[in-house]
Ligand binder design. Structure first.
Ligand code: ARG
Length: 596
């Protein structure tokens, strides 16, 4: 079997057919569709309707043009050079106004399944244009709660990074931690005035203590506005490198990382840049001046009431402030410095992906537009992957803690739920895998821009479209394979299987559907990676679990009266399902379990 996927070969033959009929072959890309209903074939194309017809065919209806093309395709497939493709296609039909539908042959499906089994991993094709990309995600703030927004960013960003890596891009995982800004002056003041460093250090949730001190600062400042000046004075010291200010600020960073590290470890997420902590905002503290100058030289800065702002041509966007009227810099100033650094450090063709909540969409537009005006990047190099809000259905969790949703509580709630509904005697590690899988899937299963409602029952449901539902399909595969004597531990590849003769068996309808779905995996990964949209993987895996379950209830495997050929063909499907689920879940950061 060649390494070119059969769909690519199919596209080539369609192009050959079109040019034989006089169509301009350069007209465009041919994208094959996968019809949702299997009666419309495994792949389908609308070229007969969408490609501009050559002059001599202009009067011919699209439906007839489709018929013509199919006739030519049949002729081509009879030629030796298309032999392999010819054996992969069982039938070609024309439907509706001019769709052309292709049906894979059973021989081809079985050969593909056999190949997956022999490789012991599903095929995932590499992108033909590998990129260097930074995926910046998570980006919590020092001394502030790691919110569910950061959780979403962590889960989605990690999945995007994994997907891009899988298709062959070089991915740098960065974390733009919020560790700089005037609020640190207030915090330093609060710690010195009301805090107890030893107590904070000894606490297992130091961030909570820091948040309390910060809140106290604001309460006291209401009665005593002079405190604001104290805060400002401490930030000025921090900027000037005052030892005491720096020391306390540094401690806040370490205390916060104590918690962040735990969270990342729990979620199985890591970063590659700056020793695994990412380049936080403070890293750019001394890199902003040249940016201001560059903006100035390009005539992009205007003063307004003492502040300096970037105004956009024709006011397509509201202006972006980069210097406050007291002369201090902002979040935006640091972001500009960050991207300049990235371009210098990683090279001018770097793709930069920011996974940040949709509420910052306007801000990122302003940022991207400014960078465009500066001529820093080409289209496509700057990407904002957005996520929607995370809302609470049951407000108990929010009232107990004030209006912050603490991430630990979400994870713990998922764990407790898994614990209470577990039927097998699972150990703690297994329960965590299920709980984390449930939380991540809940976040990834729909387009990230959409809002989600925290719903524990839905998260851990075994009935469908949940992490545990898909993990459970794997468990079924796993236990079948074990019973059939196929050795497989998660940490090592399963033992090689003997090949079976595909000509001795014919798939049932359900088996055929399962096989046809299995061989689509690579294309799904490609789509998800290209569009930075992990939910495509979830949709695919959820369908896979459904197809597997209906195959599983219908096709006996280990019963005495199952023929050797049927058993082998079915075990091959089980095996390919198992490796595809394992690989697919891993792409979105979810572990499998071997029992549930
Ligand atoms: N720390 C910010 C927040 O919590 C997110 C940072 C996003 N990244 C960026 N390059 N601005 O809202």
């Amino acid at each position: 079997m060649s390494n070119v996927p059969m769909t690519q070969t199919l596209i080539s033959v369609i192009k050959a057919g079109l040019s034989q009929l006089g169509y301009q072959a350069e007209t465009g890309e041919i994208n094959l569709e996968h019809p949702a209903q299997s009666q419309f074939g495994d792949v389908s194309t609308n070229v007969a309707m969408t490609w501009p017809a050559p002059a001599q065919l202009a009067a011919v209806a699209p439906r007839q043009r489709a018929d013509q093309l199919v006739t030519v395709l049949h002729e081509l497939l009879n030629q030796p050079q298309w032999h392999e493709l010819a054996t992969a296609i069982a039938k070609i039909t024309v439907a509706g106004p001019g769709f052309i539908n292709f049906y894979w042959s059973e021989h081809f499906l079985m050969a593909e399944i056999d190949r997956a089994v022999q490789q012991r991993t599903p095929t995932v094709l590499k992108d033909s244009k590998p990129k260097n990309a930074i995926v910046e995600f998570s980006s919590p703030n020092i001394a502030k709660p790691f919110t569910v927004g950061h959780l979403r960013s962590t889960i989605i960003g990690d999945a995007v990074a994994r997907l891009m890596t899988a298709v062959g891009h070089t991915v740098y995982r960065d974390n733009h931690v919020g560790d700089w800004g005037t609020q640190f002056g207030k915090l330093v003041y609060a710690i010195k005035t009301w805090g107890n460093e030893a107590e904070i250090a000894a606490s297992d949730r130091p961030i909570k203590k820091l948040v309390e001190l910060y809140v106290q600062f604001h309460q006291e400042a209401e009665a005593n506005p002079a405190l604001e000046d104290e805060g400002r004075a401490w930030f000025a010291k921090l900027e000037a490198g005052d030892a005491e200010a720096r020391r306390l600020w540094q401690r806040c960073i370490e205390w916060s990382w104590q918690e962040f590290d735990q969270i990342y470890q729990r979620l199985g997420v890591s970063f590659t840049e700056n020793d695994g902590r990412g380049y936080g905002e403070s890293f750019f503290e001394n890199k902003m001046e040249p940016i201001i100058n560059e903006l100035q030289q390009n005539g992009l800065l205007k003063e307004s009431e003492g502040a300096k702002l970037v105004f956009f041509p024709d006011d397509v966007l509201p202006p972006l402030m980069v210097i406050k009227k007291d002369g201090s810099t902002l979040y935006a100033t640091r972001d500009l410095a960050t991207d300049a650094f990235r371009r210098d450090h990683y090279g001018p063709d770097i793709t930069i992906i920011n996974e940040v909540g949709g509420e910052q969409a306007l801000y990122f537009q302003q940022l991207f537009e400014t960078e465009k005006l500066l001529g820093w990047f080409k289209p496509g190099q700057r990407v904002h992957v957005k996520h929607g809000h995370y809302r609470l259905k049951d407000s108990k969790m929010s009232t107990r803690k004030g209006n912050v949703i603490w991430l630990e509580d979400i994870l713990q709630a998922a764990y407790d739920k898994v614990d209470s509904q577990a039927q097998t005697d699972l150990n703690e590690a297994e329960k965590w895998r299920i709980a984390i899988g449930a939380v991540k899937w809940h976040d990834l299963k729909r387009e990230s821009t959409r809002d989600i409602v925290f719903n524990l029952d839905e998260m851990v449901s075994l009935q469908g479209n949940s992490g545990p539902y898909v993990q459970y399909a794997f468990v079924r595969c796993f236990s079948l394979l074990q019973k059939a004597g196929w050795q497989w531990r998660a940490e090592q590849p399963p033992q090689k299987l003997t090949s079976f003769d595909v000509s001795t068996y014919s798939y049932t309808q359900k088996e055929r559907e399962l096989a046809a779905h299995l061989i689509k995996f690579s294309e799904v990964v490609e789509v998800a990676a290209t569009h930075y949209q992990p939910h495509h993987v979830c949709t695919y895996l959820n369908q896979l679990a459904q197809l597997f379950n209906s195959f599983y209830t219908e096709s006996p495997i280990l019963a005495d009266d199952v023929t050797a050929a049927a058993q082998a063909a079915r075990l091959y499907l089980v095996f390919t399902t198992a490796i595809t689920i394992q690989f697919g879940l891993d792409l979105i950061g979810i572990d499998i379990v071997e029992r549930m």
